[in-house]
Design a protein around this ligand. Structure first.
Ligand code: AKG
Length: 196
């Protein structure tokens, strides 16, 4: 499919009260266009955003799971090692995105290791919500799909309604439930050998 050269999307004003939707849409845009177009991210902390979703404590983290190989060539994520100890940095508009104060980032970069997080498919990077991270545009022919799961402490619900997800208890199920549900949904006979 020729997706051509798309301009970075400008979120429609209808999404203004729902910053997390804008974030999801930007993520989707990144997925679809990363291969040909880029999808660079400015230095930021995820808590730079979540702070504004009324989450009082930075008791939040993410797990970045590589679907494709993540290399320098396809714009893998970069982090400043240990930058979560800086606490929350002010975020503002930078290059069409919301990014961490460039002056602070430049100072931090003088004293912290700058790590390119190259990953094999299935590798996962767990990171604190105040870790400074960015990624380059993917100008290679190789896609860089990933799955990012974000976590918040159950006791850290937003203190006012912002549209940010709230804690809802998860029902614990047997280990093979995912497999059985997958077989049910995709019409595989229950007694078929499990796909491994
Ligand atoms: O996909 C990437 O490389 C970065 C994503 C990211 O920075 C984020 O979701 O906060």
């Amino acid at each position: 499919m020729d997706v051509g050269r798309a301009a970075a999307p400008v979120p429609h004003p209808v999404f203004a009260p729902r910053p997390e939707l804008t974030r999801i849409l930007k993520g989707l845009w990144t997925c679809f266009y990363e291969e040909l177009e880029g999808g660079a991210w400015a230095w930021h902390q995820d808590y730079g955003y979540w702070y504004h979703n009324a989450c009082l404590f930075p008791l939040m983290a993410s797990c970045f799971i590589a679907i494709d190989p993540n290399t320098r060539a396809n714009g893998c994520m970069q982090v400043l090692r240990g930058s979560h100890h800086l606490g929350r940095i002010e975020h503002g508009a930078t290059g069409g995105q919301t990014g961490a104060d460039p002056d602070r980032v430049a100072q931090a970069a003088k004293v912290l290791d700058h790590v390119h997080v190259e990953l094999d498919p299935g590798d996962a990077l767990f990171f604190h919500c105040n870790l400074l991270h960015r990624s380059d545009a993917n100008r290679s022919a190789d896609p860089r799909w990933s799955l990012i799961c974000c976590y918040n402490a159950a006791r850290n619900n937003p203190y006012r309604e912002t549209g940010h997800p709230r804690y809802s208890p998860i029902e614990r199920v047997a280990d093979d439930s995912v497999l059985i549900e997958g077989q049910r949904r995709f019409g595989v006979a229950a007694d078929a050998p499990p796909c491994r």
